[in-house]
Design a protein around this ligand. Structure first.
Ligand code: HAM
Length: 452
């Protein structure tokens, strides 16, 4: 007996120590739920991006969120912030070193090679969207999980494609109702001319090293182009007088850039040349660009960015394949849409409410609801409620045009009452004729026309 008590005490003690941790009812820092109330904005972005992808011949592709980590370290670049500081990398139970994708292009290139897409007619245009992960310091417009809509085109070296891709990005932003933006373009050359330019830049930065921030002191030799992109004041001052890549392009890159600008002029796109635009990923060659929001006050955001990456597919083990693409950040687009009061998508709302009274009617209304839905009629209901009064209250709240009332008598007669909510006029209709009648009434009333 004494022993049993002891064991019991011991096990109770153990239970206390092993108390389960409470579930933290919070998203991780830098991540968020996209609630139903915000979905109209997301719907609008989805609709606009998907429509433009279709119109410009981009096919949708979805790749996994998790890939081998070296897919990203080798393509985006070891010395970049994304790889050095922001990757969600881990080892799986099976010992694979993997990472949550910090962008979509590397996965698309992997898939392009793996699936032999080089046999398709060029350019092969791919559209993808989804979440990407960067372990950055969160703030407005910068999240650890954010969504991108990404457009990539493979197999075309002609600068006409550079201009067309920028036009897609610009159209996308304009179609969302964001009218005031600035397109910044630059050319960072190819591996041939970049080598000389890089040396020049390293020498210049060496002479100014004392004036650079701690990060840039290190970057100035490892990845000197990144110094030009640093937001620290003192580094901006140094890069203001740094040698510019566009003044050191080889003949091929210079011609490419010149013709590209002529195409932009032809399209009347509002661009400026920003000689300090270098982008935060190492795979770019020749054309790079970003589109910035026009916020006069407060923080400006880059809504999207991209460029050419002619050497990437080959460096990954594929055929020599020039490529160009861009991605927009969905959250940033939505922030800007809200700021400029651009319209979100207005989903069609039900214009018919179905009310029922009594057990038999309740059973029949479930099937009738589905009949109407099959015929493209959106119906609202509150089947769980018993009284007609409380159901009509819901119908009024929803602002429907018609309410169908199904009682015991109607159910037995094979009819339903159709009530016009504006006039209060009621008529009894045979259930067989209901679909046609509702369709006719909704059209005739011409209450609201929703865009598709
Ligand atoms: P990126 O400039 O790193 O390019 O990202 C594209 C866009 O994603 C940015 O312009 C911004 O709107 C958004 N974005 C980036 N980081 C965050 C963040 N932490 N929170 C919220 N939004 C963010 C790329 O990712 C390239 N893969 C684009 C590309 C495609 N280049 C060629 N093809």
């Amino acid at each position: 007996m004494v022993r049993t008590k002891k064991v019991l005490k011991k096990s109770l003690k153990k239970t206390k120590v092993q108390a389960v941790e409470p579930i933290i009812l919070q998203t991780l820092r830098g991540m968020k739920d996209i609630l139903p109330s915000d979905q109209p904005y997301w719907d609008q972005v989805r609709r606009v991006t998907e429509r433009l992808a279709r119109d410009y011949g981009f096919f949708r592709m979805d790749t996994p969120i998790v890939e081998y980590a070296n897919l990203f370290t080798r393509t985006i670049g070891e010395g970049t912030d994304i790889v050095e500081k922001e990757m969600y990398a881990f080892t799986t139970r099976g010992g694979d070193k993997v990472a949550l994708r910090p962008e979509l292009t590397a996965g698309n290139c992997r898939s392009y090679i793996q699936n032999g897409m080089s046999v398709f007619p060029k350019p092969v245009k791919i559209f993808s969207t989804g979440p990407v992960y960067r372990y950055d310091r969160p703030q407005e417009g910068r999240y650890r999980e954010h969504y991108q809509a990404n457009f990539d085109a493979y197999g075309e070296i002609d600068p006409i494609l550079d201009a067309q891709v920028i036009q897609v990005a610009y159209r996308l932003i304009q179609n969302l109702g964001i009218k005031s933006v600035q397109i910044q373009v630059n050319s960072i050359g190819c591996p041939v001319c970049r080598k000389d330019y890089r040396n020049l830049l390293v020498n210049y930065l060496e002479s100014k090293k004392a004036k650079l921030c701690q990060d840039c002191k290190r970057r100035s030799t490892v990845n000197p182009l990144r110094v030009l992109d640093c937001k620290e004041d003192k580094c901006s001052q140094v890069s203001a007088s740094a040698p510019q890549s566009i003044n050191h392009l080889c003949d091929e890159c210079r011609t490419h850039f010149k013709v590209f600008l002529e195409y932009l002029d032809e399209l009347d796109l509002p661009y400026i040349i920003n000689p300090r635009l270098v982008r935060g990923l190492d795979y770019y060659t020749k054309t790079v660009f970003e589109i910035w929001s026009g916020a006069e006050d407060g923080k400006k955001h880059s809504l999207g960015g991209g460029g050419r990456y002619d050497g990437l597919i080959k460096s990954m083990g594929g055929e020599d394949t020039p490529a160009i693409g861009f991605a927009v950040g969905v959250e940033r687009l939505i922030l800007e849409m809200k700021r400029v009061q651009a319209k979100p998508y207005k989903a069609p709302r039900p214009r018919v409410f179905m009310a029922q009274l009594g057990n038999l009617a309740k059973r029949k209304s479930l099937k009738l609801f589905s009949e109407l839905e099959k015929n493209g009629i959106l119906v609202a209901e509150s089947f769980g409620r018993g009284s007609l009064k409380s159901q009509l209250k819901v119908a009024n709240k929803l602002g429907v045009d018609l309410t169908l009332i199904l009682g015991q008598k109607e159910t037995l007669d094979g009819t339903a009452i159709v009530k016009n909510m504006a006039t209060g006029v009621q008529e009894t209709v045979s259930v067989d004729k209901l679909v046609e009648l509702i369709k006719k009434k909704l059209k005739a009333d011409n209450v609201v026309v929703y865009h598709n």
